[in-house]
Design a protein around this ligand. Structure first.
Ligand SMILES: Nc1ncnc2c1ncn2[C@@H]1O[C@H](COP(=O)(O)OP(=O)(O)OP(=O)(O)O)[C@@H](O)[C@H]1O
Ligand SMILES: [Mg+2]
Length: 222
């Protein structure tokens, strides 16, 4: 369960201050499939980063599964992020010189998962995402859709309960974008909360709930 209570995010200092989020209150239940839409600069990525424990709110309270994130130390927040949150980005954010296999394996290395277990888990993800055939390719030797599948596999491998995707189809052609969306929908059906930031109304229309944000405020709660 995600619960934001009057979240404000201010970037910068003094006269350069920018109120990126201006009193956002929001609840997202476990297992929801949600999209967040709004104009460029409206605060979508800021909101996603706060939900994903990648950035801190300036004011307000954020609860994830009844734990008040905004009251915790940075290292505790990082532990929770690694445990519960998966992130997918528009431009994939893969390691250029790592193969698909190695990219997906990374979170398990960080968690000190044993080699034999890693191998089993990575191979299962490669199969589940339909990318076993590019297992030994580096990102430059993959299609955009394959790269995003690797990124999704990497996000899922540590068993996150919330998957956050910031414009996951923004760098893909329409057909590939539809495939990636359908993959995200499958992941949601298996129980993961999925939140997608998008500019694409066709994508938003396929989610169960569309949250609209404008000038750092929620103008439609879905
Ligand atoms: N690190 C930062 N420092 C200063 N200002 C920032 C920073 N990050 C974002 N902003 C500002 O905060 C506002 C919200 O930015 P945000 O990236 O959340 O918008 P967005 O809705 O994701 O936009 P886009 O659709 O273009 O990705 C914008 O005015 C932006 O310029
Ligand atoms: Mg953004």
């Amino acid at each position: 369960m995600i619960k934001l209570d009057n979240i404000v995010k201010i970037y910068g200092i003094n006269t350069e201050k920018k109120r990126a989020l201006d009193g956002v209150s929001l609840e997202i239940a476990d297992g929801e499939l949600v999209s967040i839409i709004g104009p460029s600069g409206s605060g979508k990525s800021t909101l996603l980063n706060i939900i994903g424990c990648m950035d801190e709110a300036t004011e307000g309270k954020y609860f994830l599964d009844n734990t008040e994130i905004t009251s915790l130390s940075k290292s505790k927040i990082e532990d929770i992020r690694k445990d519960k949150i998966g992130f997918v980005f528009q431009h994939f954010a893969l390691m250029d010189y790592y193969t698909a296999y190695e990219n997906i394996e990374l979170p398990l290395l960080i968690k000190n998962v044993k080699r034999a277990n890693r191998k089993k888990m990575v191979n299962e993800q490669l199969e589940a995402m339909g990318i076993a055939d590019v297992k030994n390719n580096i990102p430059a030797k993959m299609s955009g859709g394959q790269r995003q599948r690797v990124a999704i596999a990497r996000a899922l491998i540590s068993g996150c309960s919330v998957l956050l995707a910031d414009e996951p189809t923004g760098a893909l052609d329409q057909a590939t974008g539809r495939e990636v969306l359908s993959l995200l929908k499958d992941i949601n059906k298996r129980g993961t909360t999925v939140i997608i930031v998008t500019h694409d109304m066709n994508i938003a229309a396929q989610t169960d709930r569309v949250i609209e944000i404008c000038d750092g405020k929620i103008v439609n709660n879905g």
